[in-house]
Design a protein around this ligand. Structure first.
Ligand SMILES: NCCCC[C@H](NC(=O)CCN)C(=O)O
Length: 437
């Protein structure tokens, strides 16, 4: 069967055969039932976990409360080995297994990711508290499904990584660079949105910090002695607005003036702007960067200011799709009643995530899920929805579908091979990944 993921047709023929032939369907169904029962049995605890994170919103890199809460959640079951402050101050790692498989067989390490950072001023407006809940629930469910298995094709272990700082700083990229993903074979997470999608393209993002240096002077008495850094900032902002009408429809550039001066009667000697640049392809990002830089430098030239342009955080990459994982996730989701619309409706915006970088080095999926609201991410209404009781059914259903997808892959070597083939197909990986922009 072929399936369309927002205009892309994936070659899914043969997938269901692969599942039927090499897996023990009955055993797999049993495992899927076990994990669902386990997640249902822990539902209050899981809700209280995400509600606690939601009630204590913390910005990227400062997620101390969320870190400690998640570490406590896993530590209370002593079969998990938990490392707090794992490679980053607010990251953690919880591992379980390996279980089953022959002696000396390579271990299949299944990873689940928990995000938990919030946004300035509006709390959990992107629902990362629910991402943490999904990751924890899916991992706990998979453990329950694997616990009594003695005849898996390969030994399996589970790794939960707490990955801080998605909204800023790129926590996953720092974890990649520190080797945290080196022994992980598959990676799963899911993100709240306006509807369910097994795959939705996320685009590349790069941040540009622009600083203008001018010269202060009394703005009424001796304005001619000043060099106005606010004028440079305003011109830069206008230049970018003019540039925008000439950009491709799927490119984005948007920014703020972070520092605009001190007092109306002092010609501003220093201003600072922060811009986000986004494109679907790396090569387009190079073009967009060049155009944006020209705008920033022109503003400096016109006002006589000095300009300094930097990219303070690492580039987030687009997400590489994995057709096999997406298809399995959809069939498991449909069995749980998840509806996957053919086309995105309200959910068609461009966004970015540091999971993109993970998708270049480990096969994985990052589905989006509905949480019983039409509100849009990064709004106060979405914050409210992410903490609401009614989001729970959708959140736990998503965790079950992810965990069931992991069961399919760990039980069926043919599927694992297909997942890896898909990864190789899209993953021009290390060489592409290290492309110097
Ligand atoms: N360095 C800025 C990264 C911004 C990432 C952010 N991500 C999302 O909104 C989706 C996941 N939270 C963005 O796209 O603006």
């Amino acid at each position: 069967m072929c399936q369309s993921i927002y205009g892309t047709t994936w070659p899914f023929e043969g997938l269901s055969n692969a599942c039927m032939l090499s897996g023990d369907m009955e055993k797999r169904q049993q495992m899927k039932d076990d994990l669902q029962r386990c997640i249902d049995a822990h539902k209050d605890e899981l809700h209280s976990l995400s509600r606690d994170i939601w009630s204590n919103p913390e910005l990227a890199g400062n997620e101390k409360h969320a870190h400690d809460r998640l570490v406590r959640f896993f530590s209370q079951d002593q079969t998990w080995t938990v490392q707090s402050h794992y490679k980053l101050p607010t990251a953690f790692k919880a591992s379980w297994g390996p279980v089953s498989g022959g002696v000396g067989d390579p271990v299949l390490n299944v990873g689940f990711l928990c995000e938990y950072d919030a946004l300035p001023g509006i709390g959990h407006a992107c629902g990362h508290n629910l991402i943490a809940e999904v990751g924890a629930a899916a991992a706990v469910g998979l453990k329950a499904a694997l616990e009594n298995q003695t005849e898996l094709p390969v030994p399996v272990k589970i790794t939960v990584l707490g990955t801080p700082a998605e909204e800023e700083l790129g926590g996953k990229i720092e974890l990649i660079n520190a080797g945290a993903f080196a022994d992980i074979d598959l990676v799963f997470m899911a993100h709240p949105a306006q509807q369910d999608a097994s795959f939705h393209p996320c685009i590349i993002i790069e941040e540009m910090l622009v600083k203008y240096y001018g010269k202060a002077s009394h703005a009424a008495a001796y304005p001619w002695e000043g060099v106005n850094a606010l004028d440079a900032a305003v011109l830069a902002y206008s230049n970018i607005s003019v540039l925008r009408q000439q950009l491709k429809p799927d490119w984005r550039i948007h920014g703020i003036i972070k520092h605009g001066g001190e007092k109306p009667n002092i010609i501003p000697a220093y201003t600072e702007l922060e811009f986000y640049l986004r494109t679907p392809l790396l090569k387009d990002l190079c073009d967009l960067k060049a155009k944006a830089e020209a705008c920033f430098r022109a503003a400096a030239g016109a006002t006589g200011c000095q300009v300094e342009i930097t990219s303070p955080t690492p580039t987030y990459y687009n997400i590489l799709p994995n057709a096999t994982l997406a298809s399995l996730y959809e069939s498991n989701g449909k069995a749980l009643g998840i509806h996957f619309p053919e086309q995105p409706t309200s959910f068609c915006g461009k966004r970015s995530t540091d999971f993109g970088n993970v998708s270049f080095i480990v096969p994985g999926i990052h589905p989006f899920f509905y949480i019983c609201t039409d509100a849009l991410n990064h709004t106060e209404e979405y914050t409210e929805a992410a903490g609401a009781e009614k989001a729970q059914l959708y959140t736990l259903r998503t965790a079950k579908a992810l965990s069931m997808t992991a069961v399919d892959v760990v039980c069926c070597p043919d599927l694992l091979k297909k997942v890896r083939d898909d990864f190789r197909l899209f993953g021009i990986h290390s060489q592409f990944y290290t492309t110097n922009l």
